[in-house]
Design a protein around this ligand. Structure first.
Ligand code: KG4
Ligand code: ZN
Length: 391
């Protein structure tokens, strides 16, 4: 997607660069993110209509609507969250056992302006204070993405503020920069969400290299499908996580798939194996201990996720690992990874639960780093449902 830099964007960078040069004798550049933020911290505060924003801070307004959460966040200098409003549709989709795309789009339309106004109000800023607008343009449900994207484009056009499109998965990774304000690339990330399971090298703020991925189901999808088979409800991940605490993780030895295939994963085998187990126990007339099945399934999935991520970090010489995506909320994944990371002298970062699930703050951070690297999109930016990391 080629970028067309609008007049307002050029003016913005000229103004900011001039400010930075005079403040520090430094120039804003792609690899100067740190110098950039620390330079700005030295600049004295000049109020801009309130006491939160100073003239040299960059205020980001970010919008996320790729699946079933409508969210808007306001950030200061990319890593400080002033507000992060999330309107979730989970209760609506629960009735259908999964996300219904048409319903999701309609709810985004109903909620988007309320969520944006709320985010501005909670942050104590107005649109005048906002320097640039960021929006998720993929991957996700096309109708859902289009709601946030159209709103962001309209806002950009009406206010003459630059617009930057963000990859949702890169957003999940960037949630770690909010969690740990000192975190800097390079590091290795395990991205585990409803639609993705990737091991990614984060080489720089905007530079990613996928080294492993699932060949079939995503890990979150496996959690959701197994939960559905056990009639636990939707979304399945948190329900299995909770139930597993009461079960024996060694009650059933489910297969650990793809252990010999580099950093790649496969979760359809383990999912089928759980479904077969449930069917055969039912046919035999045995009562199923759901907590044992949940614990054994979770044990098998987290074993593979942890072993492959630790292996990647060790073999490629990284000293820290970050977790990202909805499944990164999983309590056993966090505990097991922490234990294995400690044993191998690796650092481990994972976002708080609110930053693991879909939210606009993480999109704002990803967009901030693209923006200071001068990645500006024009009005031709379109939704890309199967957008890949690094596109
Ligand atoms: O990142 P996310 O909110 O949405 C996508 O971008 O896909 O991830 C949603 C996924 C769902 O599959 C959900 O079941 C899973 O994350 N999930 C969990 C937990 N919390 C959410 N999986 C396992 N354990 C959890 N505690
Ligand atoms: Zn997500």
């Amino acid at each position: 997607m080629e970028k067309s830099v609008s007049k307002s964007s050029v003016d913005f960078f000229e103004k900011k660069e001039a400010g930075l040069k005079s403040a520090k004798g430094d120039v804003l550049g792609s690899d100067k993110a740190d110098a950039f933020s620390s330079a700005k911290e030295d600049i004295s505060t000049k109020t801009k209509g309130n006491n939160i924003v100073n003239d040299e801070s960059i205020i980001t307004l970010a919008i996320e609507s790729s699946c079933d959460e409508t969210s808007c966040a306001i950030l200061k200098n990319g890593r400080e969250v002033l507000s992060n409003i999330i309107s979730t549709q989970i209760d609506i989709h629960k009735k259908f056992g999964g996300v219904v795309p048409e319903v999701a789009s309609r709810k985004h339309v109903e909620n988007i302006s309320i969520v944006v106004e709320d985010a501005l109000e909670k942050a104590g800023v107005t649109m005048d204070d906002v320097d640039h607008i960021v929006v998720t343009y993929g991957p996700g449900l096309v109708g859902a993405l289009l709601v946030g994207l159209s709103y962001a484009k309209g806002l950009s056009m009406a206010t003459n503020k630059p617009l930057t499109g963000v990859n949702h998965i890169e957003g999940h990774i960037c949630a770690n920069y909010i969690q740990d304000r000192n975190l800097k690339p390079p590091f290795v990330t395990l991205v585990v969400s409803g639609g993705h399971t990737h091991i990614v090298e984060v080489l720089d703020y905007n530079k990613y290299n996928i080294i492993g991925k699932t060949k079939d189901d995503a890990s979150g999808e496996a959690f959701d499908k197994v939960a559905r088979a056990m009639e636990l409800g939707y979304p399945g991940g948190p329900l299995i996580d909770k139930l597993a605490k009461e079960g024996n993780p060694h009650a059933v030895e489910f297969p650990r798939a793809n252990m010999n295939d580099g950093y790649n994963f496969s979760f359809s085998g383990i999912k089928s194996s759980v479904l077969n187990y449930l069917n055969s126990e039912k046919m035999k007339g045995n009562e199923i201990n759901k907590a044992d099945v949940a614990a054994s399934f979770q044990e098998a999935v987290t074993d593979v996720l942890c072993e492959k991520t630790i292996k990647a970090a060790m073999e490629l010489g990284y000293d820290k690992i970050a977790l990202a995506g909805g499944v990164a909320c999983n309590s056993q994944l966090r505990e097991k990874m922490k234990k294995m990371a400690d044993e191998n002298n690796l650092g481990l970062i994972y976002p708080s639960p609110i930053l693991c699930t879909d939210n606009a703050a993480m999109i704002g951070t990803a967009g901030y780093y693209r923006f200071i690297n001068k990645r500006i999109d024009g009005m031709e930016l379109n939704a890309v449902p199967n957008l890949k990391i690094g596109d």
